[in-house]
Design a protein around this ligand. Structure first.
Ligand SMILES: NC(=O)C1=CN([C@@H]2O[C@H](COP(=O)(O)OP(=O)(O)OC[C@H]3O[C@@H](n4cnc5c(N)ncnc54)[C@H](O)[C@@H]3O)[C@@H](O)[C@H]2O)C=CC1
Ligand SMILES: O=C(O)[C@@H]1CCC=N1
Length: 289
């Protein structure tokens, strides 16, 4: 895999890893980590169903266990690990913590990738003193182009936070942030890939409305969003400068951008991100009971 745009030291440790709930997000992290050169033999993953476990093992070479046939799959995977990634839905995180709590060594680092589940909730569901890192990753990690915010818990040492950051750094940009900022990180980069895909969908529909054949419209939109994203990775790239370079004075793009501005698109994006962050806070309150 091409080296990702990252300035964090990349993992070179022999840590053994467990991915409990290897669905969309944990699966993307797992694939990103493998793509950065970590050996599959260091990784055990769990999912609910046997078919998914079989596909994951065949696709990645990791040991994949299904909780539907092995009730102790999470415990077995967690027991042998130095770092455990929790990738189930927010509502299942605390139950999963309680399930594995007794299987963890005191130095095992528990990394949550869940939105809205606070470090305090996670720590209270584990043995006292267990190191916890709360992260907000995104799915482009799977292609080595992720963005991750993370915060260390009460008992996580700087070295443990660094070890988790180093694992993510092989497949994306990593920033350590105060926990209070993680809902905002979620609203920008956690959910953000969906905003970019939404834009590609809308551009394809617009192309169709302008008379392009549907496949052509989709292909053009996809290549354009992907190409623009690639340009943003160039050293010193600035979105506003790149946009201006496309926008000829009194040309076609200028009319399109003026329409976005007149319709309040920047404000709509800000409101959408606010809604995402508010929903994270709402889920936290729901989980706190
Ligand atoms: N999908 C995304 O882009 C992002 C998701 N997240 C977080 O990731 C977490 C998972 O979300 P997704 O990956 O989208 O969901 P998902 O449904 O794709 O993945 C969850 C996986 O966990 C498995 N699972 C459920 N209960 C289990 C258990 N008790 N033991 C073992 N495996 C179990 C399911 O079989 C499934 O494969 C959520 O907490 C979400 O907030 C965070 C950032 C981005
Ligand atoms: O939609 C969600 O709740 C998760 C968190 C960020 C992206 N996906």
């Amino acid at each position: 895999m091409e080296k990702p745009h990252t300035d964090y030291p990349v993992d070179t440790s022999p840590h053994r890893l467990a991915f409990l709930g290897a669905g969309s997000m944990n699966g993307a992290i797992l694939r990103g980590i493998l793509g950065s050169g970590v050996e599959p033999s260091r990784i055990t993953a769990t999912v609910r169903g046997t078919e998914k476990a079989r596909d994951l093992a065949a696709d990645t070479g990791v040991v994949a266990l299904a909780t539907s046939v092995d009730a102790d799959a999470n415990i077995d995977a967690a027991m042998g690990a130095d770092i455990v990634f929790l990738g189930v839905k927010p509502v299942g995180i605390q139950e999963l913590c309680r399930e594995i709590a007794g299987a963890l060594r005191p130095g095992t680092v528990v990394v949550s990738v869940a939105a809205a589940v606070t470090i305090d909730m996670i720590e209270r569901s584990l043995a006292p003193g267990q190191p916890v890192v709360r992260s907000m990753p995104n799915t482009p990690l799977t292609v080595g182009r992720g963005a991750v915010g993370l915060s260390g818990g009460t008992h996580a040492t700087d070295a443990q936070v660094d070890a988790v950051a180093a694992l993510f750094a092989g497949s994306g940009l990593v920033r350590v942030v105060p926990e209070a900022q993680l809902d905002a990180v979620s609203a920008v980069s956690g959910s953000g890939p969906a905003y970019a895909f939404y834009l590609a969908e809308a551009m394809a529909r617009a192309g169709e409305e302008l008379g392009l054949e549907p496949t052509l419209a989709r292909d053009l939109a996809r290549a354009t969003v992907a190409g623009a994203g690639r340009m943003l990775e160039e050293p010193g790239a600035e979105p506003s400068a790149l946009r201006r370079a496309v926008t000829s004075p009194n040309g076609t793009t200028e009319r399109a951008i003026a329409t976005f501005d007149a319709e309040g698109v920047p404000d709509i994006i800000a409101r959408a991100a606010r809604a995402a962050a508010d929903r994270a806070a709402e889920i936290s309150r729901e989980l706190a009971g």
